[in-house]
Design a protein around this ligand. Structure first.
Ligand code: UDP
Ligand code: MG
Length: 142
């Protein structure tokens, strides 16, 4: 059983779509192991988005992600990392098919509603980055 890290981004909360997005994950059968609201900081984002630091518009991404608090969640299920990425659709919301979260709710490449870990190693690193000991629960499915 894998666990992945989800961030409901500022655009998701601004549009009052947190419930809809969480509902899609619940409908897919995933189990919530952790959930917290947090104001992201520049330091945390520079670590989380280190693969984007060299982009000329990185400051815009950081500004967007700090524009209001986000909700961080840890959700578990079989093959959850890949399945959540499939539910999201591609990074660019304008290219994401209808029926995907980004295709239905996203605006563009930056305002794309949800972050999700993209592999086993990043999921493990992101669990440590966003959740302290005691903030993750072992909850049996069903
Ligand atoms: N992003 C952007 N422009 C880009 C690439 C990324 O605004 O050209 C933003 C976007 O919000 C994206 C986030 O930076 O979700 C992280 O980028 P990544 O390539 O990791 O995409 P993701 O894994 O979120 O699909
Ligand atoms: Mg990514």
């Amino acid at each position: 059983m894998e666990t992945t890290v989800i961030l409901l981004k500022p655009d998701c909360l601004a549009a009052a779509k947190a419930g809809e997005v969480i509902g899609r994950f619940e409908a897919a059968g995933f189990v919530i192991r952790g959930c917290k609201m947090m104001q992201l900081t520049s330091d945390l984002l520079r670590e989380h988005y280190s693969h984007l630091l060299q982009l000329p518009f990185y400051p815009e991404i950081e500004g967007f992600m700090m524009s209001r608090p986000v909700i961080a969640m840890a959700i578990a299920g079989d093959n959850v990392i890949e399945r959540v990425r499939d539910l999201l659709g591609p990074t660019n919301s304008t290219k994401a098919p209808k029926g995907t979260i980004r295709g239905d709710l996203g605006k563009d490449v930056m305002h794309n509603v949800v972050h999700a870990s993209d592999g086993l190693e990043t999921a493990a690193a992101e669990l440590k980055r966003f959740f302290a000991d005691g903030e993750l629960f072992d909850i049996p499915a069903g």
